[in-house]
Design a protein around this ligand. Structure first.
Ligand SMILES: NC(=O)c1ccc[n+]([C@@H]2O[C@H](COP(=O)([O-])OP(=O)(O)OC[C@H]3O[C@@H](n4cnc5c(N)ncnc54)[C@H](O)[C@@H]3O)[C@@H](O)[C@H]2O)c1
Length: 307
């Protein structure tokens, strides 16, 4: 398959690297309005295009990795040329733009996915297999400020990864019936979501001095602790036995380390996108789901007065 990458900045460069490693890909084409960004990619055997039109003419599918404010415009060009596309998250800058994009996609037969990369983190699939009825969920995504210039607040930049997991994995079946509360600003934010009796806390920050990517879930019979970075999961069972030994009170605890097959989430995401294009199947993260994620982000920002 001939694939394209449009926008080869921080994220696009990674798409180029991963595609160039995949055996399913014959040729990788790249285009960036800033020529200096594509030059270094020649080491990956990339074919540099002079214009977006040239790239769209050559490829069957493409990753759209331009800044979010250009997602709609670039996606429209790709759709017009019949090119299957994987759009980096968030789907668009505003829900209004997202609605326009979703509307354009109705009955056009193209495979259009959105790169909510954590869905391809293997701990998410493993946790999905373990959970039955979460009573309390806490997800933290905190890090120091990065030099990367971003055109979004902390909500669309970081928290959206966890919004996607909460609404499309953990609470998929009840995701339309929720109460939302939030406090925060441009750089840090906490949102509380209630699904019936179940409480979810999601927080994100770019003010931390420590990088945290953690998930914690309490159920009636067990507690799960997961780390998105190390791709590790521990399950804690309720104390099995209490006793007295040598005049000391003892308690038997069971902690299971879940076996996780560690992978690079971006590699899994791009492999999945290519497979969907080949088979004509829907990508795991649909534009409709991504638009819903963005709607929730907007609701959170509205609650915080950051619009
Ligand atoms: N999935 C993730 O975890 C993740 C992480 C970082 C960024 N992103 C997303 O990826 C997208 C890009 O972010 P980034 O950090 O790589 O930005 P970036 O600024 O590092 O790179 C964007 C590149 O796009 C180029 N560009 C701008 N307009 C263009 C156009 N019309 N055609 C071709 N190239 C154009 C720029 O010159 C730049 O090189 C954003 O939507 C962002 O939200 C996702």
């Amino acid at each position: 398959m001939k694939i394209g990458v449009i926008g080869t900045g921080t994220m696009g460069k990674n798409h180029v690297r991963v595609y160039s490693e995949l055996k399913e890909i014959e040729e990788v084409y790249a285009f960036d309005v800033d020529r200096s960004k594509v030059k270094s990619l020649k080491d990956y055997g990339v074919i540099v295009c002079e214009s977006i039109e040239e790239l769209l003419h050559k490829v069957e599918a493409a990753s759209i990795c331009v800044p979010t404010k250009y997602h709609l415009e670039v996606a429209k060009s790709a759709i017009e040329k019949g090119v299957h596309s994987l759009i980096e998250k968030p789907i668009t800058l505003t829900t209004k733009e997202g609605e326009e994009l979703v509307h354009l996609l109705e009955n056009n037969g193209l495979i259009i996915g959105v790169g909510h990369i954590e869905r391809f983190n293997p701990i998410v699939e493993e946790i999905k297999k373990i959970i039955k009825n979460p009573l309390y969920v806490e997800i933290k995504r905190h890090n120091p400020a990065s030099a990367r210039i971003t055109d979004s607040t902390i909500v669309e930049d970081l928290m959206i990864h966890d919004i996607d997991i909460v609404f499309n994995v953990l609470y998929k079946s009840v995701n339309e019936d929720y109460e939302l509360y939030s406090a925060g600003n441009n750089d840090l934010c906490q949102a509380l979501i209630k699904f019936g009796a179940s409480v979810v806390s999601v927080s994100a920050s770019r003010k931390a001095s420590k990088k945290i990517r953690a998930i914690y879930i309490e159920e009636e019979k067990f507690t799960i602790e997961g780390d998105f970075m190390n791709q590790e999961i521990y399950v804690y069972r309720k104390p099995g036995r209490y006793g007295i030994e040598d005049e000391r009170y003892t308690q038997e605890n069971i902690i299971e380390k879940v076996l996780v097959n560690k992978v690079e989430p971006l590699k899994e995401e791009l492999k999945s996108f290519i497979a969907c294009v080949k088979k004509g199947e829907e990508f795991k993260i649909t534009p409709v789901q991504a638009l819903n994620n963005l709607r929730i982000c907007e609701e959170i920002r509205r609650l915080n007065g950051v619009l």
